[in-house]
Design a protein around this ligand. Structure first.
Ligand code: PLP
Length: 450
């Protein structure tokens, strides 16, 4: 289908006149129209192609327009477009069974939502009702979504405008060896001290008042922070000791992003609740959910669960999840993601760090990586200050512009660029993108003062 020039203009004018965009000062944005996409690439309205190193919002895990998903959605649409949550439905039943099959331990029931925030919202509700307690421990440097409860447990600046928010949220520092809050010398010490700090926080809060500890298994937008060995097991042990529900947010890290079904599988830790969204069906239709342990599910055997959504388990979304899990299995997506990170992305990014002094640290796993950009490797002064905007953020804006100029769509946040392409990206495509990053980092190196 070809789009005419007047239709193209209309996309922009209608957008500017009538679309109210997320997280933006409406008069200061000029959203780029995307006309089509395939695999790891998308095209703008002038036919310019971009290699997507962002997977949109780190959700297009199996790439754009996978024919099996498109067919599954089309077939489901022809069969049954919508049905209320109170009925049983084949697409929903199968999606829940498949998700239970790939979830760790005894997590074998799924409550479906429309996305990640609602998944966390419901996980918090389940934990509170299950324990009869109210407080939740949540990490700084985290993002859990933009609804009332999810933004309240978020630990980044996006929560500020929603404060004071809901009551009972207590924040703690998670491990981050490169910028340690604990003056740790290495990641082992960082993990141990972060756990000691979490225990201290629990003790002074009164562990019997705490319903849940919530954390991103691998912190996503706030830095691709991979937990040190033993950290997640330590959180599990604290939760067991005090009867606290362990909620891991795998909205970004799940479904192949870290090379496993769920990132917790790397560390063999079984949480009580896992929240998911994004990669479950690559966002082809909005979908998220909570995978629930038997003990927590049993709380609601003879007592109604006090929550619900009109579109919980929507058949179009569930049909696309069924197809997506089939694609993961048949096309070896997890194996590909693991190998891509280990053999291509990791080594290529480390080579960039050797060429560019402004790369302070390279970290990640699977297809979830970050370059931390600095002005000085010794002091680790970030390229731009925390939460910088406008002129203060100019070096990062110049970096992003250079990437786009080179045909690469980057994911940037504060002083970092993340490398989070679809999990299906080929080694050649990764190298094509890294070559663009290489040139864009020359721009950043000009700010280096070390
Ligand atoms: N949790 C994490 C870790 C996320 O990265 C996000 C979104 O980026 C969310 C929750 C919120 O998901 P949604 O935007 O689908 O509500």
């Amino acid at each position: 289908m070809t789009i005419t020039a007047p239709e193209r203009t209309r996309v922009r004018t209608d957008d500017r006149a009538h679309v109210f965009h997320s997280w933006s000062a409406q008069a200061q944005i000029d959203p780029m129209p995307i006309e089509r996409a395939e695999g790891s690439y998308f095209w703008d309205d002038e036919g310019r192609r971009y290699l997507d190193f962002s997977s949109q919002l780190v959700n297009v895990n199996i790439g754009y327009q996978h024919p099996r998903l498109v067919a599954a959605i089309t077939e489901q649409a022809a069969k049954l477009c919508t049905v209320a949550p109170g009925f049983a439905n084949d697409a929903r039943s199968e999606a829940a069974r498949l998700i239970a099959e790939v979830a760790p331990g005894d997590l074998d029931k799924v409550f479906f939502t429309n996305g990640g925030a609602e998944a966390n919202e419901n996980a918090l509700r389940m934990a509170r009702v299950h324990t009869g307690r109210h407080k939740v421990l949540a990490a700084y440097r985290s993002y859990h979504g933009a609804t009332a409860g999810a933004i309240a447990v978020t630990g980044d600046p996006r929560r500020w405008a929603s404060e004071p928010g809901v009551s009972g949220v207590v924040r703690y520092w998670g491990p981050y060896a490169y910028r340690s809050a604990f003056h740790a010398a290495d990641e082992h010490e960082e993990g141990a001290r972060a756990l000691a700090h979490l225990r201290d926080t629990l003790v002074v809060e009164g562990p019997h008042t705490v319903a849940a500890i919530i954390l991103e298994t691998v912190v996503g937008t706030n830095g691709v922070l991979v937990p040190p060995p033993g950290y997640l097991a330590g959180v599990r042990a604290l939760c067991d000791e005090f009867g606290i529900v362990m909620i891991v947010d795998e909205v970004m890290s799940g479904f192949g992003r870290c090379g496993e079904w769920f990132a917790v599988d790397h560390w063999d830790v079984v949480p009580d609740l896992i929240t998911f969204a994004k990669g479950v069906n690559s966002g082809y239709v909005p979908l998220g959910g909570v995978v629930i342990s038997r003990a927590i599910a049993a709380t609601f055997d003879d007592r109604p669960y006090p929550g619900g959504l009109t579109y919980s388990g929507h058949p179009l979304a569930c049909a696309s999840a069924v197809a997506s899990i089939g694609v993961f299995r048949d096309e070896g997506i997890l194996e590909h993601a693991r190998a891509l990170g280990r053999d291509v992305i990791g080594p290529e990014l480390r080579a960039l760090a050797r060429r560019h002094p402004s790369v302070g640290e390279v970290r990640g796993l699977g297809v979830m990586w970050a370059l931390e950009l600095v002005r000085d490797r010794k002091t680790r002064e970030p390229l731009v200050p925390f939460n910088a905007t406008g002129a203060a953020a100019a070096p990062m804006a110049e970096f992003a512009a250079a990437c786009k100029q080179g045909g690469l769509w980057p994911f940037t946040h504060f002083n970092r660029t993340h490398v989070v392409p679809p999990c299906t990206t080929t080694p050649e495509e990764v190298r094509e993108g890294v070559a663009v990053l290489d040139a864009a980092l020359d721009v950043v190196d000009r700010y280096y003062t070390g």
